[in-house]
Design a protein around this ligand. Structure first.
Ligand SMILES: [Cu+2]
Length: 150
């Protein structure tokens, strides 16, 4: 009896140690692109950035398959929705920063005409610490559900 209980405890403390030792990793998940079928209208990319153990800034999001990309922030003034360009988005340590409809997003102009939903595009995220992270983003048509059910 005593022996089994001891083994159980040892396994538990090993798990707890592993949890503490794991450093938060700067990472990007749940990326997708809301695809605009109208060539003159930009598409929009959304994703979730997970902060590492130090604050950094996201300074660029790009892809080889679009002519131009910009980070934007949507805002409301009364009934008017507008947006402005942002060139740097702080990603505090151990935080989650979401680019989502109605808030931060990345606009993409002139996506390669051979690419349409449900193709997948690789986005490159550049950070102020020199790190570059790539993440795959499916092209979603206007009615398609986003990852995470949005
Ligand atoms: Cu925009």
């Amino acid at each position: 009896m005593t022996r089994i209980a001891l083994i159980g405890l040892t396994a538990l403390s090993a798990l707890a140690l592993a949890g503490c030792a794991k450093k938060p990793q700067l990472n990007v998940t749940d990326a997708y692109i809301r695809y605009s079928p109208v060539p003159d209208n930009p598409s929009a990319a959304y994703f979730t950035v997970h902060g590492g153990d130090q604050e950094v800034s996201l300074i660029d999001v790009s892809t080889e398959v679009a002519i131009r990309t910009e980070m934007h922030e949507s805002m409301k003034a009364g009934d008017m929705a507008s947006m402005k360009r942002v060139t740097s988005v702080p990603i505090p340590a151990r935080s989650i920063v979401k680019f989502e409809p109605g808030g931060l997003h990345v606009m993409l102009w002139n996506i390669n005409p051979g690419l349409k939903p449900p193709k997948v595009v690789t986005l490159t995220f550049a950070f102020s610490n020199g790190e570059r992270i790539k993440a795959d983003a499916p092209l979603l048509a206007m009615g398609d559900a986003a990852p995470g059910g949005k």
